[in-house]
Structures are given as structure tokens and as C-alpha cells.
Design a protein around this ligand. Structure first.
Ligand SMILES: [Fe+2]
Length: 244
């Protein structure tokens, strides 16, 4: 399995603070059946992590994983909050942002938790990205009340071409009742869904295989397979990551 949203880089953001914790997260992910992890450190107004900082950290972690004999490949990426569209587009055009797999096909987009920071013209921005060959994936909409309580807004984003990333732990009840019921409702409502862990440490960890089983209970085997296939499509086309 691929986990396409995971804060696994050591001492980088609010993820693991030590290499040993990163390696232990990877071991537990591997035990759960995960072979590929996209490292998605935060990129927001307080912590602007660009490709230039992310790529060497990913290479270094891959080397440590090899050394430790842990059969997990880590790919570059980031979880990008968009509030200032002008700045975002300048960074995008300059090639400074780290999208999933360090390609432009898919980008993980987190809405700011503070609604006052939301970009205007969010729907138009999806069109702007798609024109440039990038499909945005909305990070954990089920954890945001502004999406749960206004599915018409989410409908508009999906109609514009966005995919949705539901967090495994939400479906398993680890983030409380509202994200769980919200996530279930979104699973039933949308086909354009992928699952990921959004793991940050050894407490907020995997559960991905359990969440896929929950998806199967909710919407059936065929849809669960489709959700998995969508994640596999994200991984297709990545070139082998370097390790130093
Ligand atoms: Fe995250």
C-alpha cells in the first residue's frame, strides 16, 4: 500500500523529532502492509518547506531505512496550505513547491484551519492547477467543520476536479465522532477519494489496512478497490528516489 500523507521526516515539522522515531513509524507502517510513504511535511505561513529543503531530507531518510533493513520507500512531497494565491502561484511557477513524488501530477492541499485565511476563488484555483497538469487533493476534509457542514462547497471543489483525502484515523474514530461520521458521509457521497494516515508520531499512526476494511464495510468491495487503485495511480510515474 501507499500512504500519500505522512509526517515521517525527522525533526522537520510537528512530526517525529528523532530519526529513531521516524524509523519506528516506518517499521509499524511496513507491518501494516505499507511499502511506499510520501513524506508530506507542512508548508504554511509559519513553516515554508520547499523542495530544496525536502529532497535531501527524503534522500537521507531512505538511506537510513536501507541501513536499518526496513523495506519502505519514502517519496518527497508536502502538505501545502494555500492562503495567499499570488504567493502560491509565484512559488508554483518558480518550481519551488514539492508536490507528491516531486512531480506536478498531484498536490496535497490543506485548507487553513482558520477560515479567515481561506483563499478567495478556491474553485477557480483548482482550474488554474489542472490547466498546468496538477490535480489537487484536499487533505482530510472530514476533519474540517467548514466542509462537513457545507457539503455543497465540497461538491463544487470535486466538480472542479479536486480529489479528497480521507484520513484513516477519522474513519476509525480516532479524531472523534464528527470526523468519523463526516468521513463516512463523504465516502458514500464521493468517488474521488483516497485514504492516507496523516501520521505524525507513534501515537497517530497507520491504521490504513483497518481503514480500507472499514471502507469495504461502508461502500462495498468494488469501491474499496477503486479507492486503493486511485492511490496506486498517484504512485505511477514516480521515478526512483535517491538515497545518499
Ligand atoms: Fe498532515
Amino acid at each position: 500500500m501507499l500512504d500519500l500523507h505522512c509526517h515521517i521526516l525527522p525533526a522537520t515539522d510537528d512530526g517525529p523529532q528523532t530519526l529513531e522515531e521516524s524509523l519506528q513509524m516506518a517499521r509499524l507502517a511496513r507491518e501494516d502492509g505499507i511499502t511506499d510513504i510520501i513524506a508530506t511535511p507542512h508548508h504554511h505561513r509559519f513553516l515554508r518547506l520547499y523542495r530544496s529543503e525536502i529532497l535531501p531530507r527524503v534522500a537521507s531518510l531512505n538511506a537510513e531505512l536501507q541501513r536499518a533493513g526496513i523495506a519502505v520507500l519514502v517519496w518527497p512531497g508536502s502538505e501545502i496550505q494555500v492562503s495567499d494565491l499570488e504567493l502560491y502561484r509565484a512559488d508554483y511557477d518558480a518550481g519551488k513547491l514539492c508536490h507528491l513524488g516531486d512531480r506536478r501530477d498531484f498536490s496535497l492541499w490543506e485548507w487553513p484551519w482558520d477560515e479567515r485565511m481561506h483563499p478567495e476563488a478556491e474553485r477557480e484555483h483548482i482550474g488554474w492547477l489542472l490547466e498546468r497538469g496538477t490535480r489537487p487533493i484536499v487533505a482530510h476534509p472530514e476533519r474540517h467543520a467548514f466542509f462537513r457542514d457545507d457539503l455543497a462547497r465540497l461538491d463544487a471543489l470535486v466538480e472542479a476536479g479536486a480529489w479528497l483525502q480521507i484520513t484513516a484515523g477519522s474513519l476509525l474514530g480516532h479524531h472523534g465522532v464528527d470526523p468519523q461520521t463526516g468521513g463516512e458521509a463523504m465516502m458514500r457521497r464521493y468517488r474521488e477519494v483516497v485514504l492516507a494516515t496523516d501520521s505524525h508520531n507513534l501515537k497517530r499512526r497507520s491504521g490504513l489496512s483497518e481503514a480500507y476494511a472499514r471502507v469495504e464495510e461502508l461502500v462495498g468491495r468494488e469501491r474499496a478497490d477503486e479507492v486503493k487503485a486511485r492511490a496506486a495511480a498517484v504512485l505511477t510515474g514516480f521515478s526512483a528516489p535517491e538515497s545518499v
